[in-house]
Design a protein around this ligand. Structure first.
Ligand code: ADP
Length: 491
């Protein structure tokens, strides 16, 4: 029977139980405590161990074995460990350097070191890689505690140890020997819980580091966004502003020499550039209002087919004037099974905001189809499977349903074109603020990259979804919008 297998006498068993309960509480504290309070947790842990071992000095250190080869003559049991100090978790009545210096002198197993001034030390190693937290303690029979898995173990962490250094001052040799025996009995019994506290501390530190990195990255992201915003906005503002300034300066300087028609042309150009400036500023304001939740949606029953018809009519006139015969527009209504329909169900929505979405999608279809071609809008009822909100019912076929995924009746709008399509890696990003796919065409087409952001926010305000796909065989792109059909129409 080894010492640690021996049945404990009653007072000692109670003492151990108390320490185990304390250590369990410390493990919890390590996981939840504020980062700045972690030192207090490791100091409390050291105090528990010191009291248990009746030691007057001590340290808890995190260290790593150096992979230094042993010579044949060196006995694995007595060869000195080449310890690389990683950090100190807690110290009591001992200097950090002194603790590390002592460790360099320790052989591989738990050993008593007797120094000339009758100060005795014991060092206890806890391998931090193989112990299951809450496991049975000494599983390998060496008296060493098994290790603790600390999160994802990286290569650098291999061979990491927690080292307990405990010391007694001015004790007689006999007393020292009995204290060491006590330690050798008790430490394996509390090794796992000690490891769990250390694991908790290390994990908490990792969480703190990750949080700090996330905050830093999001701040960097915001900085990037700000400079992107300034870059895009000032670039977009500059060209109409230059026009306004240029024409106005020419008018002022050469007013008398310019004919009536020339003056009129200059004023038209100034007017057009001012309109562009106004649009840019309105878009910026709109995005900011949509993003800061300042926009509420007044809903009314909307015939989306009619709304699409009106939007097509408006853009058709404008496009036909600019590019005669180059674009063909069509509207198709379908039933849920894909067969043609005469009408689609009404939805409860804000017609002005939905018209804005339609205008943006149709304008983009024209802008990004340089060769012209056909632009089709299709409307059809569909069933969308949505994650069910806890307990919240959804309406399908007029009936309420609940579950993990619940079917929801939606009206789907699809605007497809035969243009250049969208590179796959940009498909989701085009809905981000100021995101434009950098092509010759986009460089030639003035735009802020805000149209789709506005569409997305408006659709989301209607509790719907929007996404883009490429049509097969490079035949252009398709934008899908799904809006709920399950709201009662009577208002
Ligand atoms: P803008 O048109 O002002 O650039 P949008 O937010 O409306 O801003 O569009 C963002 C980007 O998405 C466009 O710059 C373009 O690269 C891409 N895009 C939008 N619609 C289409 C389309 N129908 N076909 C190809 N690319 C498109």
């Amino acid at each position: 029977m080894t010492l640690s297998d021996a049945p404990l006498r009653e007072p000692l068993a109670t003492e151990i139980t108390t320490v185990l309960i304390d250590l369990a509480a410390l493990t919890k504290r390590a996981a939840w405590t504020a980062y700045a309070q972690l030192d207090a947790v490791s100091n409390d842990m050291l105090q528990r161990v010191l009291a248990l071992c009746k030691a007057r000095r001590g340290a808890v250190l995190l260290s790593e074995d150096h992979a230094s080869p042993r010579t044949h003559e060196e006995d694995a049991q007595s060869a000195p460990i080449h310890i690389k100090a990683l950090r100190t978790l807690a110290l009591y009545n001992i200097q950090e350097e002194e603790a590390y210096a002592l460790l360099q002198a320790f052989p591989a197993t738990n050993t008593l070191v007797q120094s000339p001034d009758l100060t005795s030390w014991i060092a206890y190693r806890l391998a931090l890689n193989d112990v299951a937290i809450g496991g049975a303690g000494d599983t390998d029979g060496t008296g060493n505690a098994p290790g603790i898995p600390i999160g994802a173990s990286t290569h650098a962490e291999q061979g990491q140890h927690a080292l307990l250094v405990l010391g007694w001052v001015n004790e007689s040799n006999d007393t020292c020997a009995s204290l060491v025996a006590r330690c050798q009995t008790l430490l394996p019994l509390v090794a796992d819980p000690i490891g769990a506290v250390i694991a908790g501390i290390v994990l908490r530190e990792r969480v703190h580091d990750l949080e700090r990195t996330a905050v830093r990255e999001s701040l960097q992201g915001m900085e990037l966004l700000k400079s992107e915003l300034l870059g895009t906005v000032s670039h977009e503002l500059r060209s109409p502003l230059t026009s306004v300034k240029g024409y106005a300066a020419t008018l002022l300087r050469h007013e008398r020499r310019l004919g009536r028609e020339e003056r009129h042309q200059f004023l038209l150009a100034i007017n057009e550039a001012s309109d562009r400036l106004e649009t840019i500023i309105e878009r910026l304001l709109e995005v900011s209002q949509l993003e800061t939740g300042q926009v509420t949606i007044d809903r009314a029953p909307v015939d989306l087919a009619r709304l699409v018809g009106e939007a097509i009519e408006t853009i058709e006139e404008r496009v036909e004037a600019a590019f005669p015969g180059r674009f063909m527009f069509s509207l198709r209504l379908k039933q849920a099974d894909g067969t043609p329909a005469d009408a689609v169900p009404l939805i409860l929505a804000n017609p002005r905001r939905l018209r804005e979405v339609l205008d943006n999608l149709l304008k983009n279809a024209v802008n990004y189809s340089p060769e012209g071609g056909s632009i089709n809008v299709t409307l059809r009822p569909v069933v969308q499977m949505q994650p069910g909100a806890k307990g919240a019912p959804s309406r399908h076929n007029g009936e309420e349903t609940t579950g993990m995924y619940v079917p929801r009746d939606m009206l789907e709008l699809c605007v497809s074109d035969s243009g250049q399509g969208i590179p796959v890696e940009h498909l989701s990003r085009i809905f981000d603020r100021f995101h434009r796919v950098d092509t010759r065409l986009t460089r030639e087409t003035s735009g802020l990259g805000l149209g789709l952001t506005i569409c997305k926010r408006i659709v989301e305000l209607h509790d719907g979804s929007i996404w883009a796909e490429n049509r097969p065989h490079g035949e252009g792109s398709a934008f899908y919008v799904q809006l709920p059909l399950d709201q009662p129409l009577e208002m």
